[in-house]
Design a binder for this molecule. Sequence first.
Ligand SMILES: Cc1cc2nc3c(=O)[nH]c(=O)nc-3n(C[C@H](O)[C@H](O)[C@H](O)COP(=O)(O)O)c2cc1C
Length: 208
Amino acid sequence: MIKTLLVSYSPRFESNTKKLIDTFLNVASDYSHVTHLDLGKDTPPFLLADNLNALVKRNLMGMELTEEENVSVKGVDRLLQQLLDADRIVIAFPMYNFSLPAAVKAWIDAVIQDGKTFKMTEDGGYEGLCAGKRALVLMTTGGDYSLEPAKSMDYATPLIQGCLGFMGISSHSISAYGLNQYEDRVEGIVSDAQQKIVDYITSNVFWK
Ligand SMILES: Cc1cc2nc3c(=O)[nH]c(=O)nc-3n(C[C@H](O)[C@H](O)[C@H](O)COP(=O)(O)O)c2cc1C
């Protein structure tokens, strides 16, 4: 069975994002062993003075860490290890202020680590170290970002897919747009996205 890491952020009561997550879990549980990281309950650490400087010393400068510094990076390294252990990653969240909720960004900041998920190359470029992993991004939004000019205001999709790509992880994105804008069509928009999730998982051999 493939190992899937589900990273979710859907803290709102009656969350529509959670409906997409449940659809994924229903369809994927036949094919996949899923580890669920619920960022609404299990808050990822921010990079602050103690852990950030320890990561710089360890990852960029190749220095040994003190016991105290090792303790400070435990939280980010737990998230990193979960990602490294997974074959597939599903990341589900609502758009907040045209971008990712802070908890999702904090998860990204924890797992993008030099020498672990990417490395700099001799010619000054970079190489993702997670080739072979694949990701599915599930997002819900209040507005409709399917067409320009609004499309350019969706900073969340390019940001998350860009960060995944930086680690060598190719991704597919399914969004339920307009859940506040089209209040009378919420059920239809959510069920269209749910159908897209089912179709995507069942028709792609690498998700089985
Ligand atoms: C703090 C906050 C910020 C939001 N910012 C945006 C936004 O920039 N653009 C947008 O279209 N919707 C925005 N929304 C609306 C949510 O993305 C939308 O309602 C989403 O479907 C909520 O998902 P949920 O039902 O899982 O909570 C925001 C909602 C909250 C609570």
